[in-house]
Design a protein around this ligand. Sequence first.
Ligand SMILES: [Zn+2]
Ligand SMILES: [Zn+2]
Length: 135
Amino acid sequence: MQVSSLVKKLDDSKKNYRILCIIFGTVGIVLGALIIRKYWKNKLMYEEEDRRKLRIEESRRERRRRMRDDDLPENQLCVVCKANPIEIILLPCGHVCLCEDCSVDITEQCPVCRAGIEKNLLPMFYNVLFLKKCT
Ligand SMILES: [Zn+2]
Ligand SMILES: [Zn+2]
């Protein structure tokens, strides 16, 4: 094989490698951009979802605040915040001693008897129900 033809062959393969590099580089950049875009979109979506949940929770709290009676006797106030009326029944122990706001944070143990909480319910007519004394 002559030197000139060898150089030509090397030149050709160099060109091929360059083309391959450009193709793979482009594909890589496009894929990277797509992945980043998707990640970004998801992030924005989750943030929006979080904000929406916060807004809903805030408006529910606000609504409950407006509906509440201000001068309740001590034994009808939530044992945790001592500010809101009792609204939630804890199961299975049956203690009625938390307001709805506090029941969002207290999900493991009943604050009165320390029994595990399986469920907390909002009784529709809790004033009519027998209120287990929270002392
Ligand atoms: Zn409370
Ligand atoms: Zn209890």
